[in-house]
Design a protein around this ligand. Sequence first.
Ligand SMILES: CC(C)(COP(=O)(O)OP(=O)(O)OC[C@H]1O[C@@H](n2cnc3c(N)ncnc32)[C@H](O)[C@@H]1OP(=O)(O)O)[C@@H](O)C(=O)NCCC(=O)NCCS
Length: 150
Amino acid sequence: MVDDLVMRSAGHGDVRALLEFWAAAGENGSRPADRPEAVGRLIDRDPEAILLATAADRIVATIICGWDGWRANLYRLAVAPDLRGRGLGRRMLEQAEDRLRGLGAERFCAMVLDDNDLGTALWRAAGYTRQEDWSRWVKAAGQSAEGARR
Ligand SMILES: CC(C)(COP(=O)(O)OP(=O)(O)OC[C@H]1O[C@@H](n2cnc3c(N)ncnc32)[C@H](O)[C@@H]1OP(=O)(O)O)[C@@H](O)C(=O)NCCC(=O)NCCS
């Protein structure tokens, strides 16, 4: 258990602390650097998308539950390194699932790096299974098709 735990949605005033938290606690491989304006846009678009937990006034866990009206995408599940292994990750995930279920989601989707053993263990323990027949395809928004092929 973690004392004084408060769970709430993140607001614009949390953006700087969120970026610092993710830099220290997130799954940071294989993705572009975070930008405050991108986090702010997400909060504008869906003020309940970023769920965070604080203890003693510091962020100790996060999860993003993205909902576009059809698909439910879970990402940025992260727990402060000194508070791992106490069920906090699982609690964050359960809160996020509750929100998405309430919005009508029928299936939850999580991106996990293949070599992330801790992440894999958590998603598996929560009942998620790895899809073997899909891969993620990406392109930078500013990149042309020709540039992408080079
Ligand atoms: C993955 C992460 C969020 C787990 O958070 P946590 O609070 O430690 O997880 P919990 O204590 O809620 O554990 C949930 C389940 O995960 C698994 N798990 C957690 N830590 C584990 C460990 N060290 N070894 C093996 N399994 C582990 C267990 O199955 C556990 O369930 P159990 O306690 O019933 O056995 C945390 O390690 C983290 O922030 N990692 C860095 C960021 C990251 O990789 N996020 C996932 C992105 S996909």
